[in-house]
Design a protein around this ligand. Structure first.
Ligand code: CDP
Ligand code: CDP
Length: 224
């Protein structure tokens, strides 16, 4: 099968990264978690105490971010330090949408993401992959699920990680991020016109991956 570029966009907790990991494993592709990149910038901004747009952009332009796809998760290093396990905490989740709305920060991240996708054989997940980062992607999926479902999924995940946060608070964070992500002026979260919508509220992870693999096969057949 041709080495495709697969773009998966959608709101928080829709299953993008879990599905993307399954796809990458089954197709022997690279997985690029673009949300982790925005989370890494947010973590660094919080750690360094920078918050205004000019300062955060200058920081993003000067730090060295490296991305290492591994089997368990995608590892992110900033200036050589692996900060992967710091990226999913509540503090980062609460600030990430604001940082991700900064045009200068996005320009730096998008450049890196396009470089990584050049060779194909890659699954990227995020909010603007099909619309802005790689509008020519071979397969574009807009993955979603109900807010209740997405919050519950995150709740189970965080309970497993022993972080104490209520289901109500998770649902609130998800709704706030969805609103901010889809109402910002730069690269808002929205379904690309040619993306295929999948609501996986009542689908398993494997079932969702199966559906996307079928779409990939059809895409390859069409291009032959
Ligand atoms: O995993 P979850 O859906 O909770 O979030 P994520 O994919 O880790 O992304 C965290 C945040 O980064 C999102 O809420 C967006 O504000 C931002 N983001 C973005 O703006 N553009 C992307 N391509 C990916 C993430
Ligand atoms: O990346 P995104 O924020 O879109 O979602 P995720 O982190 O991949 O998925 C959130 C949680 O939902 C994970 O624990 C997945 O295992 C779970 N999930 C599920 O239970 N059923 C699905 N069809 C998709 C995801």
């Amino acid at each position: 099968m041709k080495k495709l570029v697969i773009a998966i966009d959608g709101p928080a907790g829709a299953g993008k990264s879990s599905v993307a990991k399954v796809l990458a494993k089954r197709l022997s592709y690279t997985y690029l978690d673009t949300g982790a990149m925005y989370r890494a910038i947010t973590y660094e901004a919080l750690r360094r105490g920078v918050s205004d747009e000019a300062a955060v952009t200058a920081m993003a332009e000067t730090l060295t971010m490296d991305i290492f796809p591994k089997t368990d998760t995608m590892h992110v290093t900033v200036d050589g330090e692996d900060i992967t396990d710091k990226l999913r905490g509540t503090d980062v989740s609460q600030h990430v949408s604001k940082i991700a709305s900064m045009a200068g920060v996005r320009a730096v991240m998008v450049k890196l993401q396009r470089e990584k996708a050049l060779k194909g054989g890659i699954v990227l997940d995020g909010r603007d992959i099909g619309t802005v980062v790689l509008p020519q992607a071979d397969v574009k999926i807009f993955l979603t699920a109900s807010v209740k479902n997405r919050a519950l999924r995150r709740f189970h995940e965080m309970k497993d990680n022993s972080e104490s946060i209520s289901l109500e608070d998770i649902e609130k964070n998800i709704q706030e991020r969805d609103w901010q992500d889809s109402h910002r002026s730069v690269s808002p979260l929205k379904q690309a016109k040619d993306a295929i919508l999948i609501d996986n509220s009542d689908m398993t992870l494997e079932g969702t991956a199966d559906a996307i693999i079928e779409i990939c096969k059809l895409t390859c057949d069409e291009s032959n």
